[in-house]
Design a protein around this ligand. Structure first.
Ligand code: ATP
Ligand code: MN
Length: 429
């Protein structure tokens, strides 16, 4: 709690867990020994800033760590599943080696998916597995299909990025060389337009395959796929669709026996790729450090992610404000909003809404505070099929002078005049 520096001495394989509230900041300094944050090694003497969130600093060999700042919780844990996690990582490395030395080029590296209900540590394990692969010289592709808490793009997106160096301990996937490939769904949950979600998942997987075909390194490194925490009913169907679209070879189920049993049953006898290797469904231990996050904490996290998109994680970007005439941009919406359940329609009549239909949105006050995607799509037809260049948010709609004012992270003109709106809003605080 206090603002003074406290020193924690960790023995081998212990973990220091720190819960920082939104708006709080903690600094940790490794004074002695070795330590890593979800697989990212931290340098001795360097100050690592931990923003609002739940963090853990693990040591394989022992460490002395200084902690300074305001936090909600800070304690040392001796029980962690880290040994199990490195073992998994070694098995995957072995498969990468096999793929790399295969002269027929038919073998692919492991395509691993992390699945499980909310708050089991899926996203954290993705980071860890990517980092451990990078530390062994691989550069896996990280794919995040979680619209709610995406680690690559802002909320309401799915994306992929090649991880060619250890992730930043606090900024995560932001500071990589590769430019992320991002698709905009428009909603923080796929429920209102699951068909659009499936469509975008397929688009992303096709792009990922094309890259794998041209880049041998990425082919043998394989991929790490993060999925959403909605795992029953329609969510389970979307999950199966995603695992199939990405030709997943290994499903890592975290923290739910029922889900593991269901997936093991559904994948029994299934093989992946020309190699005819059976899809493996693993059961993975949930870390005791994983903290349940309230809907409010999740909302705050989403807001923090949007803020750091525009301002940078350390406020290093200075977004500029631009006014533009309504006529200079086209604003589109994909899908026709929530569909009436088929039970509400006369028997035999299908819902007429086309989930991929693109409609033009006339500028109105409803756009105020909207986060809009800037599409690479050049025609209406291309809008639902194309990745996005970036995002802007609308700070003012002037109906009298027919102008809107927006902020963009880099300032200046838009790379495209085609914008997509969804339900994503952000109010600057
Ligand atoms: P969601 O379903 O919301 O996507 P998830 O399954 O991806 O959740 P994570 O986001 O990985 O779960 O973990 C939940 C929270 O617990 C995160 O804030 C993460 O930083 C934290 N966490 C994970 N592992 C640990 C740990 N060992 N010690 C402390 N905090 C941890
Ligand atoms: Mn997650």
């Amino acid at each position: 709690m206090a603002d003074e520096t406290e020193t924690y001495d960790l023995s081998r394989e212990q973990e220091l867990r720190i819960e920082v509230g939104h708006g709080q900041l903690v600094q940790v300094i490794l004074q002695d020994g070795t330590a890593e944050i979800f697989g990212t090694e931290i340098a001795k003497g360097a100050s690592v800033k931990l923003p609002g969130g739940k963090h853990a600093l693990f040591t394989w060999s022992g460490a002395s760590v200084d902690v300074k700042g305001v936090y909600e919780e800070c304690y040392v844990a001796s029980e962690t599943p880290m040994v199990e996690y490195v073992n998994i990582s070694s098995v995957l490395d072995e498969r990468r080696n096999v793929a790399k030395s295969d002269s027929t080029k038919e073998m692919n590296g492991p395509r691993v998916a992390l699945v499980g209900p909310t708050d089991v540590g899926k996203s954290t394990l993705c980071k860890l597995l990517c980092n451990y692969a990078v530390r062994k010289g691989w550069s896996p592709l990280f794919v995040d299909l979680d619209l709610g808490q995406n680690n690559i793009g802002p909320p309401s997106t799915i994306g992929a990025v090649q991880v060619d160096r250890a992730l930043d301990a606090t900024d995560g996937f932001v500071n990589l060389t590769d430019l992320p490939l991002v698709y905009f769904h428009g909603d923080t949950s796929p429920g209102n337009n699951p068909d659009l979600y499936k469509h975008l998942v397929e688009k992303l997987s096709t792009m990922v395959d094309q890259r794998g075909n041209t880049n041998p390194d990425s082919r043998s490194s394989g991929l790490v796929l993060n999925t959403m925490g909605w795992v029953d009913g329609a969510g389970y169907k979307l999950l199966l669709h995603a695992l199939d679209a990405f030709k997943i070879t290994d499903v890592l189920v975290v923290g739910q026996d029922k889900l593991h049993a269901g997936l093991a049953r559904d994948f029994r006898g299934k093989t992946q790729f020309a190699t005819k290797t059976p899809v493996q469904v693993w059961q993975v231990k949930k870390s005791g450090g994983v903290v349940e996050r309230s809907p409010q904490f999740r909302r705050q996290t989403r807001e923090a992610v949007i803020k750091s998109y525009f301002y940078g994680a350390d406020g290093e970007l200075s977004p500029s404000s631009t006014s533009i005439e309504f006529g200079k941009v086209s604003i589109f919406k994909i899908g026709s909003g929530p569909r009436a359940p088929s039970s509400a329609l006369p028997i035999g009549q299908k819902t007429s809404a086309d989930p991929l239909r693109v409609t033009t949105v006339a500028p109105s006050m409803a756009l105020l505070n909207s986060v809009l995607a800037v599409s690479h799509g050049k025609t209406t037809g291309e809008i639902p099929n194309t990745n996005v260049a970036g995002f802007i948010f609308v700070t003012e709609v002037d109906m009298v002078n027919k102008k809107l004012t927006y902020m963009s992270p880099t300032g200046g003109g838009l790379p495209s005049r085609n914008l997509i709106t969804g339900t994503l809003k952000w109010i600057e605080t």
